[in-house]
Write a protein that binds this ligand. Sequence first.
Ligand SMILES: [Fe+2]
Ligand SMILES: [Fe+2]
Length: 350
Amino acid sequence: MSVHVIADSRDKLSALRLMLPMQLEPNFYMLSDIKAATAPDADAVVVAVDIRVVDNIAVLKEVMYGMSHAAKRLFLIDGKSHIHSAQAYALGATRVLHNPVSPSVLIAQLSDQVVMNWSGSSAAAEATRSAALASQRLSTAFTSVARGFKVDVGGMEEAATAIADSVMDHGLSNWLATVRRHHEGTYQHCLLVAGVAVDFGVSLGVPQADIRRLAVAATFHDIGKACIPLEVLDKPGKLDPEERAMIETHSSRGYDVLKGTPGISDEVLSGVRHHHEFLDGSGYPDGISGNSIPDLVRLLTISDIFGALIEDRRYKAPMPREDAYEILLKMRGKLEAPLVAAFRQVALGQ
Ligand SMILES: [Fe+2]
Ligand SMILES: [Fe+2]
């Protein structure tokens, strides 16, 4: 494989030169010198550029456009802000790593040959494109929320359609594998849950229009997490009671930022607000129970829990789908039993 390394200072290039072994065939460029059009194709790009600097963004935009063929585009960024992560994804990152990044983490990210070999099939390539588009729309929506702007409903629908089409055309397993290999954190979670929810809706024979609504609700169900600091959101290990309480505000905050947005449906709003409610009333934010929880929300809640269990996080290995389904089966009284039974073919199927 070959890797292009792009930095905005000689010091950063030198540090990366020490970190990357020659087997990866790294080529080192200063941002100010690189012409993407003349750089040879590479399998991966590592970007160590301060994206808080407006001039850097303009140059990077052009450079990254020319490098969109690279299967992996890693951005190493300072600070843990949603806005900078989202900015990196908007510039074409497939994964964002927060400085300081250790050599072993960087090499592990670059050495995953599976992606290179596996993305040869057309189903995988199509899923990769759909996931990239949906992730880009997610990052735009998260940035809007973090900045206090209105969310673009057209962009939300476009993301949901891309996911629904990919899952319906090429199957859930193909979607889950693609998302887990290319995406991380909250975006990975949202993309996984959306794929699971679409497959669940299709398996139940839900009408197309409702599948689209379910896909939008699932893709954006955690949009309120844009209001929660990344230190809390991505904290490995146990949260203290205060942090847990802060995270639990995300569903009502998501609802608050989306309500009143022109074009957003009541079903989507309800999915965003109520996806952590349980049939026995033990959920949040409103503690509603039984029939007060709409059908779409019940599908979303099951998909959300399953998606969270099978996601691939840096500090936690993904749980096998069979084990995740066992956990759903044990949540008696909280989830609708016939729906959990019907979910079996989604959880254990192709
Ligand atoms: Fe949530
Ligand atoms: Fe979630």
